[in-house]
Write a protein that binds this ligand. Structure first.
Ligand SMILES: [Zn+2]
Length: 287
């Protein structure tokens, strides 16, 4: 299985009005859902492992599942470590063959963020992998509202400097989205996104893509977002399907049927996202 690097998988959509869906997985069924959905759509897939969900000791097993599923799918794919906090996690991922890593030092002061990102870039580029970093900070919907984020939005002058000084391959920007579900309404700063697009020559990434209105995501893509991270919008229907299939007498429940139903729910939502992002039928652009 040959992965495209994060930079390679984002290259065809840069400035083209479509984006690649980046989907987190933590088990076999969600991996199958991502691969099956993207294969059916002939869409490129960025498959992500998030250390908070999957402990480092379990990455090799999950990687084998991902590779086995991709073997039969024939779609352009990148394997990315999502929200790494340490260089140790990054080294481990690179050793295992990840084709992209995200270093998240977004809560650290600017100089520190630049320094650790630069080190991550050095490690990853030596292995032929790409790096995504985050500047400004995308918070969590349970903890803050979109308005509270004002102080954490990405500053345009800092972004320009950050990209130049780190050599990073993709930049996650904070423009008002939040991770998880929103408490109020999201307010995206599209003017800021246009300015960021103008000063950053690399692909831009939107975290907190879940629970964000479709029209906001479309507008962000048209302005210049190239990768959109989705987890919660997969998690909720997946768990809802699991929950519903567990109702009734337990002796009548078959384990494989329960997971089949949950996987089908995840496939449905991922295919909708591919449609929304405009990645359907784009596999051909990678050959
Ligand atoms: Zn994120």
């Amino acid at each position: 299985m040959k992965y495209l690097t994060l930079a390679e998988i984002l290259e065809p959509c840069k400035g083209q009005g479509w984006a690649v869906g980046a989907y987190d997985t933590c088990n076999q069924e969600i991996t199958q859902a991502i691969v099956n959905a993207c294969a059916a759509d002939q869409a490129p897939a960025i498959i992500m492992i998030y250390p908070h969900h999957t402990p480092q000791t379990e990455w090799p097993t999950l990687l084998r599942i991902i590779e086995a599923e991709l073997e039969r799918a024939n779609i352009p794919a990148a394997l990315v470590l999502d929200h790494a906090k340490t260089l140790d996690q990054i080294e481990c991922a690179l050793e295992l063959g990840f084709s992209g890593v995200m270093i998240d030092a977004s809560l650290a002061p600017l100089e520190q963020n630049i320094e650790i990102t630069r080190q991550a870039v050095e490690l990853a580029h030596a292995r032929g992998a790409s790096v995504e970093a985050e500047l400004g900070h995308v918070g969590v919907g349970d903890e803050v509202t979109s308005e509270d984020q004002q102080a954490h939005l990405t500053r345009v002058d800092e972004a320009e400097r950050f990209v130049k000084e780190t050599g990073v391959d993709a930049l996650a920007v904070s423009i008002g989205t939040l991770h998880g579900l929103y408490r109020g309404k999201p307010h995206l700063d599209f003017e800021r996104l246009s300015q960021l697009r103008a000063v950053c020559p690399i692909p831009l990434v939107l975290h907190g893509g879940s629970d964000t209105p479709d029209q906001d995501l479309r507008r962000a893509i048209e302005i210049g977002i190239d990768k959109i991270n989705i987890w919660t919008d997969i998690r909720i229907p997946y768990l809802q399907a699991l929950k519903e299939s567990l109702e009734g007498p337990i002796k009548k429940i078959e384990v494989h049927e329960v997971f089949e139903t949950a996987r089908a729910a995840a496939i449905e939502v991922i295919r909708k996202k591919n449609q929304l992002l405009g990645s359907v039928g784009r596999s051909a652009q990678y050959s």
